[in-house]
Design a protein around this ligand. Structure first.
Ligand code: AG3
Length: 284
């Protein structure tokens, strides 16, 4: 390689704002049946998973996302035994779910087997718990998987890509209706819901659909350094559970002992929304 050659990975918005990371090397590059998959090694963030050119996760900042998507809903349920993750083939969300002792079964429904294999091989810190005996990995389309399910899960997490490419069917009224029907009484769905700064159009469309399906739809927000605008949102949705109406204090305390971000104060504060986010969601 030429001396001083500066290889970079860049994810740029249409307006030309984005992330730029120096790259040591590319560890994996292939086309699956669904998308282009890259694993790169970087000095700033460790190894990173890139799908169709968009960053999904990295060794060093994955906790911002995986702790938020999982512990907020998990600790809002008195005893989540059966949990479903749609997407999330990197395994980070599953790893966090398994830290809750009441969990008996986690189904991971990921469309792309190559993502799972690749993350097991190159991102063991993130994917390392996918071989746990409580995990049932289903390599299939989440849209198909959800059809006809009735009251099976306490918690369902939609750990999808952006509303583009293979993930697009996960942003529809039909899919959300099937998810609602698959929740047990007292069940909660959380879906990643894009950046309130960089993805306002997508977010509005998504919340409009969610509000058609779920009586309770409450966004929560947090930092996400490597995603667009560095600021992210998740949608807490349920038929019968308001966020903060129940918090499992004992589990919050246990989980926060070994968490980088999540603790009792964070849990209570994430539903505090800036005015522009409130407006965006109320107009959806
Ligand atoms: N799922 C959310 C990815 C969204 C990223 N968007 C982007 N880079 N434009 C991440 C999967 C982590 N388990």
């Amino acid at each position: 390689m030429a001396e001083n050659m500066d290889l970079r990975y860049t994810e740029m918005s249409e307006e030309g704002m984005g992330l730029s990371v120096k790259v040591n090397s590319t560890l994996f590059h292939d086309e699956s049946d669904f998308q282009t998959i890259d694993i790169i090694d970087t000095p700033a963030l460790g190894k990173m998973l890139i799908l169709d050119g968009l960053v999904m996760t990295s060794d060093r900042d994955e906790f911002f996302y995986h702790e938020m998507i999982s512990h907020v809903p998990m600790n809002s349920h008195p005893c989540p035994k059966s949990v479903l993750v749609i997407g999330g083939g990197d395994g980070g969300t599953v790893r966090e779910i398994l830290r809750h002792p009441c969990v008996e079964k986690v189904v991971l429904c990921e469309i792309d087997g190559m993502v799972v294999d690749c993350c097991k091989k190159y991102l063991p810190n993130i994917a390392g718990k996918l071989d746990d005996s409580r995990v049932d990995i289903q390599i299939r389309d989440g849209v198909e998987y959800m059809k006809g399910k009735k009251e099976e899960f306490d918690i369902i997490l939609i750990d999808s890509t952006d509303p583009l490419g293979p993930g697009v069917g996960l942003f529809t009224e039909e899919f959300y209706t099937n998810v609602k029907n698959a929740l047990k009484k007292g069940g909660i769905m959380v879906a990643q819901s894009e950046s309130p700064v960089a993805d306002q159009k997508e977010m509005k469309l998504m919340y409009a659909l969610l509000k058609k399906v779920f009586p309770i739809v409450r966004p929560y927000v947090g930092p996400m350094p490597i995603y667009p605008a560095g600021y992210w949102s998740w949608a807490f949705c349920s038929v019968d559970v308001e966020p903060l109406s129940y918090i499992d204090e004992k589990r919050v305390e246990e989980i926060s002992k070994n968490s980088k971000l999540y603790n009792a104060d964070i849990h209570r504060s994430v539903f505090a929304l800036p005015n522009f986010v409130k407006k965006l969601v109320s107009e959806a």
